[in-house]
Design a protein. Structure first.
Length: 339
């Protein structure tokens, strides 16, 4: 019996499906409206359904799985090389199916509802932080036009701006004071929203076992633990810690030929936010390793003496990624080993 692979090109309203055998022969093509997708797959014999990992793909993957099909998500950049002829929806769907049939192809894990909830929470926080940063930069820049300077950081702005508004002897006009007062209220409102989101993040991590396990690793806080849970779940789809570190983009970028190995900086593939959080966590650990005597701290101290600070940060982030994957995948808390 030939296994049928269905390449599904998803969109907002119009979907295109292409049926491909294990030998690569196209047997059927189907165009359907959004409302007819689930009904179509409910009346289709169980098959392997493959989609690109893009907007709404997790939703469709979960719903189609419920109908008895095996669903896989594939990164869009892997599909491009398999698309022949011109770009259209049917050719895209055929390329998705053909790409998924390669033995060495890697797939994107399907997120459950809870993972999507926490991912949305993290994205909302990221947006609020960016908005607050832009606003604080705007406040600082406009204050300089009046000869007033504020140091970097949230605490400095919260302390200095009210003092400037209350000081009647500085160069601020009545109009400027009114406008800066409104900007400061907006800044405080954004800060309050961020604090509320942070409380939700801490509450979730206290109840989630995987997040609690992740936080036993040095340099992993609530936000990083939640980002790990949203991105990889229990981590079982990775073969080992090296695989996960490479997926995060924390390994050298390779450009080798003629038997000569050439390595550059990190590849920066995978989840950008997760990689940044791991590097920031490694930076916080690297700042205090001199005061500790466990094996990880001693290794990091020696590395910091031999390499530049940023290189040491990335190397430590790579090690932390491997360690936290092992903790999550093996469901076992991290224990520091003393020298």
């Amino acid at each position: 019996m030939k296994t049928i692979t269905i390449g599904l090109d998803i969109a907002k309203n119009v979907f295109h499906a292409v049926f491909v055998t294990s030998h690569g022969k196209v047997t059927k093509k189907k165009q359907m409206k959004r409302a007819a997708v689930l009904k179509f797959f409910a009346n289709t014999e169980p098959a392997i359904v493959v989609m690109e990992a893009c907007g709404s793909s997790n939703y469709w993957a979960r719903e189609i799985q419920k109908l008895g099909h095996e669903v896989k998500l594939i990164a869009p950049q892997y599909v491009v090389a398999y698309r022949r002829k011109n770009k259209n929806d049917y050719n895209d769907a055929e390329a998705i199916a053909e790409c998924s049939q390669r033995d060495d192809m890697s797939f994107v894990p399907i997120k459950d509802i809870e993972q999507q909830d926490v991912q949305m929470l993290l994205r909302i926080r990221e947006r609020l932080v960016k908005q607050r940063t832009k606003l604080s930069n705007q406040i600082r820049g406009m204050l300089l036009e009046y000869g007033l300077c504020i140091n970097k950081g949230t605490a400095a702005l919260r302390r200095a701006l009210p003092e400037f508004l209350e000081d009647a002897d500085n160069s601020l006009t009545w109009t400027a004071r009114s406008l800066f007062s409104e900007l400061y209220e907006e800044y405080l409102l954004l800060s309050d929203k961020i604090e509320k989101v942070d409380k939700k993040i801490k509450a979730f991590t206290k109840e989630n076992e995987l997040c609690q396990l992740a936080q036993t690793v040095t340099g992993i806080g609530p936000i990083t633990a939640l980002a790990l849970y949203a991105a990889i779940g229990n981590g079982k789809h990775f073969a080992n810690g090296r695989h996960f570190a490479a997926w995060c983009g924390l390994v050298p970028r390779q450009h080798s030929t003629g038997g000569k190995s050439v390595l550059y900086g990190i590849s920066k593939k995978g989840n950008i936010v997760l990689r940044a959080l791991l590097v920031h966590g490694a930076r916080s650990v690297l700042n205090v390793v001199d005061k500790k005597e466990d094996k990880l701290s001693v290794w990091a101290t020696n590395l910091k003496m031999k390499k530049s600070y940023n290189v040491a940060c990335v190397a430590l982030a790579n090690k932390l990624a491997r360690v936290v994957w092992s903790v999550i995948a093996n469901n076992r808390p991290y224990e520091l080993k003393m020298v």
